[in-house]
Each structure stands twice: as structure tokens, then as C-alpha cells.
Design a protein around this ligand. Structure first.
Ligand code: TPP
Ligand code: MG
Length: 583
């Protein structure tokens, strides 16, 4: 054991766990530890808002596969983390939120910046540690790091601020990696038996495939089965889009080809996916989930097995290891799907060609309201812009997307060749996710082009972090779709509230102008043929350390809504409100 201060024990444990970057805003609560970050080889990246810090930690972790770290001042600095930690929870991101707390000697007296910090995060973390005294600083710091990776989600390290001071004798804990296996023998045998009999097997490749670095194994298994592969919702980078078996994402604004193919499945292998409810709802009017098919679900969290969809076989295992083990079991076995392989391959091609042709034709929305607002606007349709950006994106780009109508529609147009390239706001669905997340991703992968897609409403929530890009030389590109509205919510007022618009129209300044005033580059795109050059210029500028905001002016038309399933036509019983029904 070595004698050191608890601050030293804390910082040494961060270093032992490979921490190179910590996102946060300074605060007296942990300044004693912060002071020695540089000597431990840790870069402190100050942000504009703690929500940004935690999203950056999320983006960092999603690219690197390592823990992302954020820290802030007790009380308000920590409550500012909440939304982003909830987002990281649903993205399965191993974020360690370090939350210095009010001093242990005065807690409960209602002093300065005091709130109980553990209950707030109890439902959005996988593990919480409270440092009960200086002696346990190193141990619990190490445990939070190990737990974040092992449990695939955020953990909280809560440290009463007085515990940074003093002297302790400690051994610095080294990282403990938990090796995951493929799952139980019996369930893997059962899975292989079902696949061997399948006449129309389909694979759903989920986030677990990405997190386990299992894409190659998923490809090998798909090729053995000649099975179409669909991406689970917002995991478009879980299978290479150029592969002939790739059929695109399920879920909101996903691929009709993928949906029509999975609808024909007699056996589905759901690999590394919890089959989240939002990602498997009917879309484009297609109720594609094959209720009669046998479902094999592989997830490393046993609580996800059979949670949302009925399954025939549940494998509690790592997606990569399970794919390997299943392929090994299929080895030289007789496969029912061999007999009709040519037909199925032809069907895959037919469905994909049809969907691509439809996307090519589908340049604008065709509902009455959309046609009306787009008619004389002189602006470009969002779908056309999205198609143009799809073509212009560099192949190794990382893309984050926000929550909004245009960002959601982009799901049809985002294709990736490599895993760890797509960072959508996942099931928590908070506006303001994409921009700080791509900043964190860029810190983890500085050589890759980093692009965020953001709606103008969500941009208002998050553009402050341009200052972080400029001050800290973290060059990224944000594509801001300016339609002058909180479009996704406006769509509900179009569909359900007889176009009684309330709180959805936005008066915007020039976002390109604001970017320039903040020290970044700003480009305004009004024409389709400007997209390629603007994105190229913005990505090139990243190699010169410059952040660029590409503001894209588009019509107000709106694609299908998120939640038709969750809204009802308004009913009013009181006279006073009788006009507030459907026109
Ligand atoms: C933090 C947060 N607040 C509110 C919402 C509800 N919401 C979902 S989409 C949306 C509109 C997004 O507007 P914008 O970013 O302009 O994108 P657009 O829909 O216009 O493409 C809103 C307000 C949310 N998801 N997250
Ligand atoms: Mg908008």
C-alpha cells in the first residue's frame, strides 16, 4: 500500500482505468483532484453546460467502447447531468458520472448546493457508489469503472466533497474486464436446431452486435444462411450497408425492404437486441412483425429475453460469441434454407431495388398540409436534402442524429459500412442529444469526420457547445435543418388538432451567422447542388481544426409522425372547450 491523499487515489484510479479525457465544468467541490489531472495525463475538457459534458461522455464511450467520464459541481452541476445520463442509460453507454456532493459533515442542514444526489440517478444508472470515507475512494472509483463496462450503462460515483482531503494507505485498483461467453449450451443448441430447419431465416442485427465488435461474425452467419439482415432501430451501423444481404433498418422511418422481408420470416434471429417496443411498431402502414415466426433472441442481459416480444429460444450471451457458437453448430449440418436460397436472394434484391426506387421517387411528402406549405416556399424538400447529404457523406464519417421530424426521416438515408459510426438519440429521445454527442465522439476518434444532424428547435437547445468546439479545438460539423418549427410536434397538431398551432413555430436568427460570431464557420445551403460542396468543405475544415455549422433551409413539410399509436383525437366535454375538437 502507498500513502497518498484521497484526491491522488481518485486520480490514480482514473489513470489506471485508462482515462484520458474528462468532460465537465469546474467546481470547488473537486478542485483538489482537478488540479492534478494534467500530471496524471488526463485532459479536462470544459463544456458550456453539464448536460453537454454528459452527452460528450456518451459519444466518447460509444465510439471508443471505453468508459466516458463527466464531472461537475455538487448540486446544480450534478442535476444538469440528469437528462444526458438518462439518454446514456437507454443508449447502453458506459458513462461514469462523477458527482461530488455537499460535505458529509453538514449534509441535511440545507447548506449551499445541496440535494440528495443518489435518488435522482437511481433509475437511470446501472450502479451507484457512495464514497463513505476517504479510505474507500480508490476502491469505489475503480468499481464504478468496471461496472459501467460490465453492465453496459452509466454508473454514478458520489463523493462527499470533504472526502477528497486527508491521507490514506491504498492499493490502486486495476481494471477488471469481465469476459462474456456465448450463452448456455442448451439454448445455443436449440437456436441452431431452429435455424437449421428454417426456410426463411432473417437476422435482426442490434446494438449488441456493435458493442461486442461482432459485425464480422454476424456477416459470416448471415452468409451461411443466405439470410436477409435488418438493423434494429437506430443501429444502422450494425451491418455493412454495401453487403448484398443488408436490408436496412426496422422501426420509425426505416426500410420498407427490411420490413417486407422480415414479415416473411419463419425464424428470426434477433442478435444483440432487446427488440425495443418503439423499434418494432408498425411503420409505413406495414405491420411487419412476424407473429407466427419462431424468434431466437440473443442478449447479454437476461432481463431483456422475451421482455417485449414472445420468443421461442432465449440465449443469454454476447452477440459476437453467440454468432460464432451458432455458426459453429451449424457447421456441416443439413440446412433447410439451402433449397430455396436462390429464390430468397432474388427476393432480397427485388425488395431492395423497389425500396431504393421508391426513395428516389419520394422527393417530398404528399399529405395535403405538406403539399400546401411546400408549394410556393421556394425551398428544397427535406427528403431531397437528406438524399443529397447521404451521397455526400464520407465513407468513414461518424454521424449523430437528434430527435425531430427531419432527423427521424434521415433514418431511411443513413447507411454505414463500419460499426461505431451512428449515434442517434436512442430510446430516451431527448432533443439536444446529437451535437454534444458528436463532440465527444470526435474526441475519441479525432481522425474521423464527425457530423451531427440537428433540427432547428433542438439546435436552440444545444448550439452553445459550439464554444466548446472552438475553445477546445474539437472540430466537428453540424448540419442544422432549418424549417422554422418544432416540426415533429407540429405534425401532431396537423394530424390530431385541426392545425391549431401552439408553441410550434420558431422565429430563427441566422444560425450560420451565430456560428461565425461564436468563432466557427457558418454556411447556409439553400440549393440541392450546394450540399456536396458544403459538406466537403466542412469535413475538410475539420482537418484544419475548424468547426462548421451547415444551415440547411428547407420547406415546412413533415413526414409521418413518431407516435400515431399514442395519440387520440381530442374529446371535449365542457362547453367552453367545444371548439377544440377536430374541425
Ligand atoms: C428535451 C425534449 N423536449 C421536447 C421534446 C419533444 N419533441 C420531440 S421532437 C420535437 C420537435 C423537434 O423540432 P426540431 O428540432 O426543429 O426538428 P424538426 O421536427 O423540425 O425536424 C420536440 C419538441 C423532446 N423530444 N425532447
Ligand atoms: Mg425544426
Amino acid at each position: 500500500m502507498t500513502r497518498m491523499t484521497p484526491s491522488e487515489a481518485f486520480v490514480e484510479t482514473l489513470a489506471a482505468h485508462g482515462v484520458k479525457n474528462v468532460f465537465g465544468i469546474v467546481g470547488s467541490a473537486y478542485m483538489d483532484a482537478l488540479d492534478i489531472f494534467p500530471a496524471a495525463g488526463i485532459r479536462f475538457i470544459p463544456t458550456v453546460h453539464e448536460q453537454g459534458s454528459a452527452h460528450m461522455a456518451d459519444g466518447y464511450s460509444r465510439v471508443s467502447g471505453r468508459q466516458g467520464v463527466c464531472i461537475g459541481q455538487n448540486g446544480p452541476g450534478i442535476t444538469n447531468f440528469v437528462t444526458a445520463i438518462a439518454a446514456a442509460y437507454w443508449a447502453h453507454s458506459p458513462v461514469v458520472a462523477i458527482t461530488p456532493e455537499t460535505g458529509s459533515g453538514t449534509i441535511g442542514l440545507g447548506g449551499f448546493q445541496e440535494t440528495e444526489q443518489l435518488p435522482i440517478f437511481s433509475k437511470i444508472t446501472k450502479y451507484q457508489a457512495h464514497v463513505t470515507g476517504p479510505q474507500r475512494m480508490a476502491e469505489l472509483t475503480g468499481r464504478c469503472f468496471d461496472m459501467a463496462l460490465a453492465e453496459r450503462g452509466p454508473t454514478q460515483l458520489n463523493i462527499p466533497r470533504d472526502h477528497f482531503y486527508g491521507e490514506v494507505d491504498v492499493d490502486i485498483p486495476q481494471p477488471r474486464f469481465v469476459e462474456r461467453g456465448p450463452g448456455g449450451e442448451q439454448s445455443l443448441d436449440d437456436a441452431a436446431a431452429l435455424l437449421a430447419q428454417a426456410k426463411f431465416p432473417v437476422i435482426v442485427s442490434g446494438g449488441g452486435v456493435i458493442m461486442s465488435d461482432g459485425v464480422e461474425d454476424c456477416v459470416a452467419l448471415a452468409e451461411h444462411l443466405n439470410a436477409p439482415v435488418v438493423n434494429s432501430y437506430l443501429h444502422n451501423d450494425s451491418f455493412p450497408a454495401k453487403h448484398s444481404l443488408w436490408c436496412g433498418p426496422l422501426g420509425y422511418q426505416g426500410s420498407k425492404a427490411g420490413m417486407k422481408l422480415i414479415a416473411q420470416a419463419d425464424v428470426v434471429l434477433a442478435l444483440g437486441t432487446r427488440l425495443g417496443p418503439f423499434g418494432t411498431l408498425p411503420q409505413h402502414g406495414i405491420d411487419y412483425w412476424p407473429r407466427k415466426a419462431k424468434i431466437i433472441q440473443v442478449d447479454s442481459d437476461h432481463r431483456m429475453l422475451g421482455l417485449v416480444k414472445q420468443i421461442s429460444v432465449g440465449v443469454c450471451g454476447d452477440a459476437k460469441a453467440a454468432a460464432k457458437a451458432i455458426l459453429h453448430r451449424l457447421g456441416n449440418r443439413e440446412m433447410a434454407c439451402r433449397a430455396n436460397a436462390d429464390e430468397r436472394l432474388a427476393e432480397i434484391k427485388r425488395q431492395k431495388d423497389e425500396w431504393e426506387a421508391e426513395l428516389d421517387r419520394w422527393t417530398h411528402e404528399v399529405d395535403d398540409w405538406s403539399l400546401q406549405v411546400a408549394k410556393d416556399s421556394g425551398l428544397i424538400h427535406p427528403r431531397q436534402m437528406l438524399r443529397a447529404f447521404e451521397r455526400a457523406l464520407p465513407e468513414n464519417a461518424m454521424v449523430s442524429t437528434d430527435i425531430g421530424n427531419i432527423c427521424s426521416v434521415s433514418n431511411s438515408y443513413l447507411r454505414f459500412q463500419h460499426a461505431k459510426s451512428f449515434f442517434a438519440a436512442m430510446s430516451f429521445g431527448n432533443c439536444g442529444y446529437a451535437f454534444p454527442t458528436i463532440i465527444g465522439a470526435k474526441v475519441a476518434a479525432p481522425d474521423r469526420p464527425a457530423v451531427a444532424y440537428v433540427g432547428d428547435g433542438a439546435w436552440g437547445m444545444s448550439f452553445g457547445e459550439i464554444l466548446t468546439c472552438v475553445r477546445e479545438s474539437i472540430p466537428v460539423t453540424a448540419v442544422v435543418f432549418n424549417n422554422g418549427q418544432w416540426g415533429a410536434e407540429k405534425k401532431n397538431q396537423v394530424d390530431f388538432y385541426a392545425t391549431r398551432f401552439l408553441g410550434v413555430n420558431l422565429e430563427n436568427p441566422s444560425f450560420a451567422g451565430i456560428a461565425r460570431a461564436m468563432g466557427a464557420e457558418g454556411i447556409t445551403v439553400t440549393e440541392l447542388d450546394q450540399v456536396g460542396e458544403a459538406l466537403q468543405k466542412a469535413c475538410d475544415a475539420q482537418s484544419q481544426g475548424k468547426t462548421t455549422i451547415v444551415e440547411v433551409m428547407v420547406t415546412k413539410e413533415l413526414g409521418d409522425p413518431f407516435r400515431r399509436d399514442a395519440l387520440k383525437k381530442p374529446v371535449r366535454l365542457l362547453d367552453k372547450y367545444k371548439d377544440y375538437t377536430v374541425a
